[in-house]
Design a protein around this ligand. Structure first.
Ligand SMILES: Cc1cc2nc3c(=O)[nH]c(=O)nc-3n(C[C@H](O)[C@H](O)[C@H](O)COP(=O)(O)OP(=O)(O)OC[C@H]3O[C@@H](n4cnc5c(N)ncnc54)[C@H](O)[C@@H]3O)c2cc1C
Length: 246
């Protein structure tokens, strides 16, 4: 685990709420799909807590992130410009295991980032990517999705792109394929309730990101104990762990 001082290579909004952030001059361990970095926000110690972001793609000295505007931290990130310096810590957590057989990737919103990374790294282990959004995520992102070497199915809740509705309306899921999931809490819970099997990445709120604060504790049903999403996860077997937040 190491702090890296990286330079903003580019920052591009894909729609008014979502942006791609590419950082350069990375010289740390290669991140695995599902691993994340903690981002230092602002100057000094306010805000104190760094903000976690999953890796969307990685090259030898570059990292790509996909970020949704939410509050103070993501607003600060969105205001960076090319050439600015950003401090990040990582790679952190345990990512997804490489699937032994082809799996269906199911993403909600920016939860698509680690699954896109998995599809780029291991296309032979991916049947398709199903990604759902509230509204169209924007052409920049669509261009990346359609360049993936796996079939991509998109849904939007407002019907502006792909199938109208949510990922659960996609007929391909009726046969209950093995899934790798990442997305909002409500989506993960629904897949658990429906009895799907596979893996999920729990992008819950997180405190320190390094296992010290227990702010991201989740309940491990099988082992009957609390686990820290930041170090034992964020990738967990889908039916084994339940978030305390949704
Ligand atoms: C592993 C992981 C990967 C993620 N990957 C992505 C990604 O790829 N793209 C993306 O858009 N989002 C991702 N997120 C969500 C992202 O981290 C949040 O949207 C972001 O931190 C919001 O920060 P903010 O300051 O903009 O929002 P705000 O809502 O203003 O801030 C969130 C606040 O909650 C605080 N907080 C965090 N954890 C706790 C806690 N346990 N108890 C109390 N307060 C807490 C934070 O410190 C912060 O002050 C990921 C989250 C996790 C855990």
């Amino acid at each position: 685990m190491q702090v890296h001082r990286l330079t903003v290579a580019s920052i591009q909004f894909t729609n008014p709420q979502v942006f791609l952030l590419e950082l350069q001059a990375y010289a740390g361990d290669p991140p695995q799909p599902g691993q994340f970095f903690e981002f230092k926000i602002g100057e000094g110690f306010d805000p104190l807590l760094w903000r976690p972001m999953s890796v969307m793609d990685a090259w030898s000295d570059r990292l790509l992130f996909l970020t949704q505007l939410r509050g103070r931290g993501t607003q600060w990130l969105a205001q960076r410009s090319e050439g600015d310096m950003i401090e990040i810590l990582g790679p952190l957590g345990r990512g997804f295991p490489i699937p032994e057989e082809p799996v269906t990737l199911v993403a909600g919103g920016t939860g698509v980032a680690p699954l896109y990374f998995l599809a780029r790294r291991h296309p032979d282990r991916v049947q398709k990517l199903i990604a759902g959004f509230a509204t169209s995520p924007g052409q920049l992102l669509l261009d990346r999705f359609y360049a993936l070497p796996v079939p991509v199915i998109l849904t939007t809740e407002d019907g502006s792109l792909g199938l109208p509705g949510t990922v659960l309306d996609v007929p391909d899921l009726q046969d209950r394929p093995l899934v790798y999931l990442c997305g909002p809490g409500g989506m993960i819970r629904r897949f658990q309730e429906l009895g799907f099997e596979g893996w999920m990445s729990l992008e819950d709120v997180m405190g320190c990101g390094t296992g010290l604060c227990f702010g991201c504790a989740a309940w491990h049903r099988k082992e009957q104990r609390y686990v820290r999403t930041c170090v034992e996860g964020p990738a967990f077997p889908l039916q084994d762990v339940e978030s305390l937040l949704f």
